[in-house]
Design a protein around this ligand. Structure first.
Ligand code: AMP
Length: 850
């Protein structure tokens, strides 16, 4: 077999004496780059093709999205961006102080009401006020922050011109909220998803599914989408044109506020009302619309009162029209309904995670902000199923030191800014030194020494003796916190039940660990995913200064969720939720158990067997078989799964009414003549797993990445380009012959072939434009590296080419046979451009020009 090394030396021999066209046949059997490419072969996944949902054509008013290609937005517009919320100067802080204080005052009120157990409605109202004050503070921070100029019109022009994406059905006028991805957009999305697959599915050993988009109604009834997945909508009384009420109010207020005739006080009042808009009830919004006499912005006609509009696309499945359903509004439900199969596949064990990538459909009333709010979008979702009493994560220690910018609910309530901290601190509190008993560094040091002496290991459970020794620990001097914090982490990962079961006093353990409530983030698994989400976003090129994790306030979070953090990217549209990461407790599985009658639980071994009462139906199997035929098995399973309460209910109903409905089957007394009461010894208990859900909106990540990568050359503001990270760049390298003379062709084509063989995407630009213009064209679409075949390549031996890096525009000259591996290593992130410039001379000009 020809190894990479021998292949390269063969190549060197060939290259010295023969033209390119002959080399390949000389290196008989296997081409030098084939050997290399076999070794370097990378994994690529193919992105689930975007599926098109059919829909009614938009009316003329609907035909172009609010800010896509309209003249208003094509106009030059500088948008201010807040780059680093963390770095405020003293003067700014002075201006912000009253707003911060006002948030804190309101936050304290909310806390007080919660502590006093005030009615839910009262708390909601005050949280609403808190959000309004928080928004005011954030707006002011944005206003005062150093401006970073970003020209959205310029970027949109580039996106459109080089067809990253465009309005769907544009030649017919387009439809709002629907976009087609062009060649560059498709490849970029493919690469984002391929990295996502490697980062999550492969590295975390997840399962994967691909479920149906056409979803029957009962599934979405059980999940709550049929009843609750709605926005408030008003209609033009004459034309029937629809508007999302909160958007309409916002637009109206913004227009009034922009009017020179509006007084400063009026503006102030409107801005305050705007800040309170999110979370207003339908009645409150209706009142606002009437009070300000709002009309249709398109026709000036009157508007109806608001109604709730469900955002799902209804469909009927099959020709009869009898089976009602919806296009799925998220991919998650497909995973939940397959939970039993996935658990079996995982040999009945927790924890495990399952991922799904695919399109979701939401009939947004007023899609806006380009790709940020659309009707058809790709989601990449993960459902991590774990023991509700043990949400520790075995790999948490690996990410514990990851620094993140966290904007906690508390900070939002106190009017404080987001804080940088490690995820370890966020989950487990700031360490032992700040906790109850461990209030002095001397105490921490003492524990540390004690643990060192005992060669403490993480899977060691504290014994009574440990606790006694700990109680006795009261002497200096302090030392490093390493062992102590591992001890602390270990103890705090214990469930309440485990802690109670441990020897020693509960209070003691609570003090030792600081209790779970000390951490900002609810548990290790949630924290682990937050850190992994951040790693992914940074890897693909999201600007770390424009990334934060914001915790949901209690009125934003679904009632069943324990904790929820959004990865938000700062764009010219403000902070945008790109990834949601929530601990959804057992809600989804419980709902589908109720909806389908199929138990979604896991058997957890008990430490000691226990005796339990049971009431088992004694079915007449023959009769059940005859009556239900192919469904008999399902009926038997449902009978076997009855809890004691359900069995009692069934027995009662069969006695009193003679029949009982079980999972949609009518059961009669004759089928279950009796029930047997007995005591059973059980070795396992059934638990419903909790679900931690990271949910990525791929379009939003894609758009944020484009904004974060958009650049304008300092010396020429017409030269715009995307500084895409090499791992995600759609095309990794360009090959540009300086002349279209015949002698250049073999060098160009065979170099391009060698790169392609290594799975690198290549663009050959042999057009006649100047090399500068051709570089500019390749820069525009984010190609990170460019190879130029020039006269020296053709005329001089050994044959060399130049390699150029897009961002610095620096060029080096290197032997042609070194190029494919150099490019491959750069594309895979194994080497950096600096390594290349250290090794090869910087290119200034060619020696031959003919
Ligand atoms: P949700 O299930 O509403 O939490 O949404 C999950 C993720 O999907 C969000 O974090 C967004 O990134 C994305 N997303 C939700 N709605 C839309 C939309 N209409 N258009 C584009 N992306 C969306």
């Amino acid at each position: 077999m020809v190894t990479a090394r021998t292949a390269r030396s063969l190549f060197s021999v060939c290259v010295a004496s023969r033209p390119w066209s002959v080399w390949t046949s000389v290196c008989a059997g296997e081409k030098w780059w084939e050997a290399r490419s076999r070794q370097l072969h990378g994994v690529r996944t193919i992105w689930d093709n975007r599926k098109q949902a059919s829909a009614g054509w938009g009316s003329r008013h609907q035909s172009t999205s609010a800010d896509w290609g309209s003249k208003k937005h094509a106009a030059k517009r500088k948008i201010k961006l807040q780059t680093a919320q963390l770095m405020m100067d003293a003067e700014m802080e002075q201006q912000l102080a009253p707003l911060r204080a006002s948030c804190k005052e309101q936050g304290d009120l909310v806390r007080k009401l919660k502590a006093e157990g005030a009615p839910e409605m009262d708390i909601k109202k005050e949280v609403q006020e808190l959000k309004a004050r928080k928004k005011e503070l954030e707006d002011m921070i944005l206003k005062l922050s150093p401006a970073d100029t970003f020209d959205r019109a310029k970027m949109n022009d580039l996106i459109k011109r080089r067809f990253f994406y465009d309005n769907s059905f544009a030649i017919y006028g387009g439809i709002t909220g629907q976009y087609d991805y062009g060649p560059m957009g498709c490849d970029l999305v493919d690469n984002l998803l391929s990295e996502w697959h490697k980062h999550f599915v492969i590295q975390e050993r997840m399962l994967k599914v691909n479920c149906s988009i056409l979803t029957p109604e009962p599934v979405l009834k059980a999940s709550g989408h049929v009843d609750k997945f709605a926005d408030y909508m008003v209609k033009d009384v004459k034309t029937g044109e629809c508007f999302r009420l909160d958007h309409l109010i916002k637009q109206h207020f913004e227009k009034v506020m922009a009017d020179k005739k509006t007084s400063a006080e009026e503006k102030e009042a409107l801005s305050l009302t705007l800040a309170r808009l999110d979370g207003m009830t339908m009645e409150e919004m209706n009142d606002l619309m009437r009070k300000h006499d709002m009309k249709s912005p398109l026709t000036g006609n009157n508007l109806t009162d608001a109604t709730e509009f469900n955002l799902m696309f209804p469909i009927s499945i099959g020709p009869s029209g009898n089976l009602k359903g919806f296009l799925r509004p998220e991919t998650a439900q497909g995973i939940f309904v397959n939970f039993k199969r996935l658990l079996e596949y995982n040999q009945g064990k927790l924890p495990f995670a399952c991922a799904q990538v695919g399109n979701a459909y939401r009939n947004e009333i007023s899609p806006r902000s380009g790709l940020l709010r659309v009707r058809e979008f790709t989601m990449a979702e993960i459902e991590h199923f774990c023991d509700p009493d043990d949400k520790s994560h075995p790999k948490f220690a690996q990410v514990a030191n990851t620094e993140m910018v966290l904007y906690s609910g508390c900070a939002q309530m106190d009017g404080e800014s987001a804080k940088r901290m490690t995820i370890g601190e966020a989950v487990h509190g700031s360490g032992l030194s700040s906790l109850g008993l461990l209030s002095t560094t001397a105490e921490v040091g003492a524990l540390d020494r004690y643990l060192k002496e005992r060669s403490y290991i993480l899977d060691h459970s504290p014994s009574q003796a440990d606790l006694v020794v700990w109680e006795a620990l009261r002497q200096p001097p302090p030392s490093d916190l390493f062992h102590a914090s591992r001890w602390y982490r270990h103890l705090s990962s214990f469930s309440e039940k485990e802690r109670l079961g441990l020897p020693g006093k509960k209070l003691m353990l609570e003090e030792l660990t600081g209790g779970r409530q000390k951490g900002l983030v609810a548990n290790e698994t949630l924290g682990y995913y937050m850190a992994r989400i951040q790693q992914y976003l940074l890897r693909i090129g999201i600007n770390p200064k424009k990334l934060r994790f914001r915790q949901h306030l209690s009125n934003e979070m679904a009632h069943y969720a324990c904790d929820c953090w959004d990865a938000e990217c700062l764009t010219s549209y403000g902070w945008i939720e790109c990834v949601g990461c929530a601990d959804r407790s057992a809600y989804d599985l419980q709902q589908h158990t109720k909806g389908s009658g199929v138990k979604m639980c896991v058997e957890r071994p008990l430490k000691e067997a226990v005796m339990v009462d049971s009431l088992a139906p004694q079915p007449d199997k023959g009769m059940i078989g005859k009556t239900f035929k192919k469904d008999a098995k399902a009926v038997q399973e449902a009978l076997a799964a009855l809890t004691i309460d359900q069995a009692e209910q069934m027995d009662k109903a069969l006695t009193e009414q003679g029949e009982y409905e079980l999972s949609g089957f009518k059961i009669t007394r004759a089928m279950i003549p009796s029930f047997k009461r007995e005591q059973k010894k059980v070795f396992v208990e059934e638990i419903v797993p909790s679900v931690i859900e990271p949910s990525f909106g791929v379009g939003r990540v894609f758009y944020s990445l484009l904004e974060h990568s958009f650049r304008v050359r300092e010396d020429d503001d017409k030269r715009t380009f995307f500084s895409l990270a090499t791992v995600v760049a759609p095309i990794k390298v360009s090959v540009l012959p300086l002349s279209n003379k015949q002698e250049f062709v073999p060098f160009t084509t065979q170099l391009a072939d060698a790169l392609t063989e290594m799975n690198l995407s290549v663009k050959i630009d042999d057009s006649t434009g100047s090399i500068g213009r051709r570089y500019a064209r390749t820069d525009e679409i984010g190609i990170p590296l460019g190879i130029t075949v020039d006269f020296d390549t053709v005329n001089k031996v050994p044959h060399t080419v130049t390699v150029r890096e897009r961002d610095s525009t620096q060029q080096v000259r290197m032997p042609i046979e070194e190029v494919p591996l150099t490019i491959k290593n750069l594309a895979d992130g194994k080497t950096q451009w600096k390594d290349v410039t250290d090794k090869w001379p910087i290119f200034t000009s060619q020696e031959t020009t003919k």
